[in-house]
Design a protein. Structure first.
Lengths: 275, 212
């Protein structure tokens, strides 16, 4: 650790502590390695030179705080990202879900909604959607509005279509959207069973009991302490034999709940609560 | 450090943990692109079996490429364990960690983090992201190695390593399968040594033995 690194960490620490004390948004247990990149990107966007200068601006300028929160909240996603996960979900999770009369699903950290539409499409094709209630949560209201609106750039549809096919889609992906100019509007009925809600994994508690929780590539931005908190939250929120889906490079290994779940597939991080 | 009245986030505020005489370096980060599979195989096979530092590697490849295949290939060239990095995997001495396809690999104080943030200069994983995160966490105890490649990725990150007092070894462009990437780093004045590929393992072995 040299002086430059030490100074930077001190500045990050003070910024996060200030934001928490003043506004209640708790980033103190985010993974420092990726967090500092995002902080520097806000520093540059705000045309500032130091993290300390950002601290000053964020504490005094509400619009700057909003931009900061947005930058920290947007996770790059895509429709049917990691198609293998959705293929496995069809094969392993759907047969289990068929046994429930009513299915509650929590998509935690849904960001701009790509996974919400992907999951709605999958469930509709499996004939389960009408029996489902999907709770799509994010800590940031602006991204929830974007998720609800369901408008995405047209140029991404080629790769989304390829993903959809690899994910085991049974129809034509273009059935699910209408194109206009440079954008597409996802079919509004896909969110008929979706409740969008603000929820902060770092500070909020459980709000329901779920049959399925998906939280893929969200906790990679958290440190191990916060990951532990969220795993406890998910454990408390899942029914017995409920399903938990994580990102491909995330793991329950070395968490307190490692032995509370069984993995349903060798390839994908799809787990079932068994204890 | 103990006087803080409120919770210190883990990963932050770990300053001052350094104790006594130690290795001059804590981590080696390596970036390669076009021609990189061959260069990495050659470099790893020539490292000593008791190499004491962890190595983090970004090799550009197709989004869809099979992580297991690359891992097995590089493992066949090394007696050190080669792992594909998972999120928050502890950084262990003498282990080799590969960035998975389609994720950035970031170095922390004691563990790796992954990120799905946007590609940087069209690359995910990005060498710049790997290098810069290593320099931020380990400062002058970072060794960066930039090998053959056809893009400018890595030059900026290598400059950050050098700026924070670390060591940057760049493959001699004359000996690189594709000289674009090494040249970009040299043009950015990021290199502390410019060496043919065959000489790099020896230098890394030497650096790994240095003490403060």
């Amino acid at each position: 650790m040299n002086d430059l690194s030490r100074l930077e960490e001190t500045e990050v620490y003070l910024l996060l502590e200030g934001i928490y004390r003043q506004f209640g948004f708790d980033f103190r247990n985010y993974a420092l390695a990726s967090l500092r990149r995002r902080i520097w990107s806000v520093v540059r966007d705000e045309k500032l030179d130091t993290i300390s200068a950002l601290q000053d601006k964020v504490l005094h300028d509400a619009s700057c705080l909003e931009r900061f929160l947005l930058t920290l909240s947007v996770h790059v996603s895509g429709m049917f990202r990691d198609p293998g996960f959705f293929r496995t979900f069809r094969a392993k999770a759907v047969p289990l879900l068929r046994t429930y009369p009513y299915i509650r699903i929590w998509l935690a950290g849904c960001s701009t909604g790509e996974e919400v539409y992907s999951m709605a499409i999958l469930l509709e094709e499996e004939g389960l959607y009408k029996r489902c209630r999907i709770y799509a949560s994010d800590m940031n209201e602006a991204v929830l509005r974007a998720a609800k609106a369901g408008i995405y750039p047209l140029h991404l549809m080629r790769s989304y279509t390829a993903n959809y096919i690899k994910a085991g889609g049974t129809r034509s992906f273009s059935e699910y959207y209408t194109a206009a100019y440079d954008s597409v509007l996802m079919r509004p009925s896909l969110v008929d069973q979706v409740v969008f809600c603000q929820h902060n994994l770092a500070t909020d508690e459980s709000f329901n009991e779920f049959n399925v929780i998906l939280c893929r590539n969200v906790m990679i931005y958290f440190d191990k302490t916060l990951q532990g908190r969220v795993h406890q939250l998910f454990y408390n929120s899942l029914v017995n034999f409920g399903l938990l889906g994580l990102g491909a490079k995330e793991s329950l290994h070395l968490t307190a709940h490692e032995h509370s779940y069984e993995q349903l597939s060798d390839e994908e991080k799809l787990y079932r609560r068994i204890a | 450090m103990n006087s803080r009245a409120f919770a210190v986030p883990t990963g932050i505020g770990v300053h001052g943990r350094d104790t006594g005489a130690q290795s001059a370096y804590r981590i080696v980060v390596i970036g390669a692109s076009l021609g990189g599979t061959r260069a990495l195989s050659s470099l790893l096979s020539a490292l000593p079996g008791h190499f004491p530092l962890p190595l983090g590697i970004v090799l550009h490849r197709a989004v869809e490429s099979d992580d297991a295949t690359l891992q097995q290939l590089l493992q066949s060239h090394s007696t050190l364990p080669v792992l594909e990095a998972e999120d928050k995997m502890p950084i262990a001495a003498g282990h080799i960690y590969l960035a998975p396809a389609n994720y950035h690999l970031l170095v922390g104080h004691v563990e790796f983090s992954l990120s799905t943030e946007a590609p940087v200069g069209f690359a995910r994983p990005s060498i710049d992201v790997l290098f810069e995160s290593a320099s931020a966490a380990h400062g002058n105890k970072t060794v960066g190695v930039l090998l053959t490649g056809a893009s400018g990725d890595g030059a900026w990150g290598a400059a950050r390593i050098r700026e924070r007092g670390g060591t940057v070894v760049v493959q001699d462009p004359e000996t690189a399968e594709c000289p674009v990437m090494p040249r970009a780093a040299i043009a950015a004045d990021a290199a502390t040594s410019i060496l043919p590929l065959e000489a790099i393992p020896g230098l890394l072995a030497d650096l790994s033995q240095r003490r403060h």
